[in-house]
Every structure is written in structure tokens, then in C-alpha cells.
Design a protein around this ligand. Structure first.
Ligand SMILES: [Zn+2]
Length: 231
């Protein structure tokens, strides 16, 4: 039976994919032995496939490279975003801390602080300014006219916030009492002492680094202190 090339061409894809019946296979193979046209057609299918596979592989490679670049870019973007967020938080925290916690000693101004002996035998200290952030007190023993005296140095600090923006708060104590309170002992590093002795004098001395000063340094700058109260 002579089979037409058209019929073989119809069968060739099935033959090529190896899904035809054994009978069709035999028919195709017999025809191919005799027909160059169909053989060439089969060869062209092979090379088409090879080409398609090569193209596919190339496309895959390209897309892999693109994916890689995208991934890298994404990773880079995520990293840049994370660093930006961390920087922004750091700046915010730094700014927050600077505005609300950085202490600026308030220099003495007439009437800023008043100290008087109260009825209970304690020294009442009142702050008469607008607002402040923190009050500081140190006590130490000095020698004056050959006599040992217990003196107290105090000062107040502002922050940028309390200096420029905040108003006096109703619930904030602008008064405190010394005599029976606990104060930093300047003669003894940063230890605390109970001040139950007679206090001879209270001075205002606005230096933010008093806590780090040696007693000698403190006594050296104490000539700049403003006398608030004396027995
Ligand atoms: Zn043929």
C-alpha cells in the first residue's frame, strides 16, 4: 500500500512524540526509508525542537538573571529602608532626648530661688522661675575662719523644653526642704549623706559637672557661688 506524503506528515508529530501505534510507526519508518522529503521534514522537526529548546534555555537563563537582579535590588531596597528607619528613629530619639533631657544649668538671677528657715527648723527652698527640669543639691564641709561648716550648694537645670515651651505645672513641687533630707556628699564621691547637722549656708552654684568635680575643684569655683542663706 502506497501511503501519501500528506498522511505521513500528519503522522510524523505522533511518531516524533512516540505516541503512535506500532502499526503507524512501522508505516512511517517504511515510508521514510523511501521518501527523502518526509525524512527531511522529520529532520526539520528535530532541529526546530533543538532550536526551541535552546531558545527556551536562553530565555530561562535571561529570566534567571533578571530574577537575580530583582532579588538583589529588592534586598538592597529592604536594607536601605531598614537603615533609613533606624537612622530616623535614632535622630528622633536623639532629638527627643536633647529637647526633653539635656540639662542646661540655669544661671542665678535675682529672686530665682529663695531659702528661708521654716517653722519646723528645716530650710525651705522655693523656685520662683517659670519652670525647671531638675534640681540638684550637694553638701560638703568647708573651713571658714578656722571653723568647720556644713554648706549646701544647689542649682536648677532647664531643658530646651522647659526653657522655651513649658509653663509652670500645677502638680509640680517648686519647693523642697533641706536639713533632714538626704544630699549628695561632695566630700565623699557620689555617696549620699543625711544632712542632720546644722547647715551654715546655702549657695547657688550653676555648674552642670559639679558631680564630676573633685572637692578641690568645687572649692575653687565656690567663690562664684551666690549666697542664698546664711545662719
Ligand atoms: Zn513522503
Amino acid at each position: 500500500m502506497k501511503i501519501s506524503c500528506e498522511l505521513i506528515k500528519d503522522l510524523l508529530p505522533l511518531y516524533y512524540d512516540d505516541v503512535c501505534s506500532n502499526e503507524s510507526r512501522t508505516t512511517v519508518e517504511e515510508h521514510l526509508l523511501e521518501c527523502d522529503t518526509c525524512k527531511k521534514y522529520l529532520d526539520s522537526m528535530n532541529s526546530d525542537l533543538i532550536q526551541t529548546n535552546a531558545e527556551k534555555a536562553e530565555e530561562q537563563a535571561k529570566s534567571n538573571i533578571l530574577k537575580g537582579i530583582k532579588k538583589k535590588l529588592l534586598r538592597k531596597n529592604v536594607m536601605i529602608s531598614a537603615i533609613s528607619v533606624i537612622c530616623a528613629i535614632a535622630v528622633l530619639l536623639g532629638g527627643f532626648s536633647l529637647i526633653f533631657h539635656y540639662q542646661i544649668p540655669i544661671p542665678y538671677d535675682n529672686g530665682l530661688v529663695s531659702v528661708k528657715m521654716g517653722n519646723t527648723g528645716m530650710l525651705d527652698v522655693s523656685f520662683n522661675g517659670d519652670d525647671y527640669y531638675c534640681s540638684h543639691q550637694w553638701s560638703t564641709t568647708i573651713e571658714k575662719d578656722g571653723k568647720k561648716q556644713q554648706v549646701v550648694y544647689i542649682y536648677y537645670t532647664d531643658t530646651i523644653w522647659t526653657k522655651h515651651f513649658s509653663k509652670p505645672q500645677n502638680d509640680k513641687e517648686y519647693k523642697y526642704s533641706i536639713n533632714n533630707s538626704t544630699l549628695f556628699d561632695h566630700g565623699n564621691g557620689d555617696g549620699l549623706i543625711e544632712v542632720k547637722k546644722d547647715i551654715s549656708a546655702v549657695y547657688y552654684l550653676a555648674y552642670s559637672d559639679i558631680a564630676q568635680m573633685s572637692l578641690e575643684e568645687l572649692l575653687k569655683i565656690s567663690s562664684k557661688a551666690v549666697l542664698l542663706w546664711e545662719k
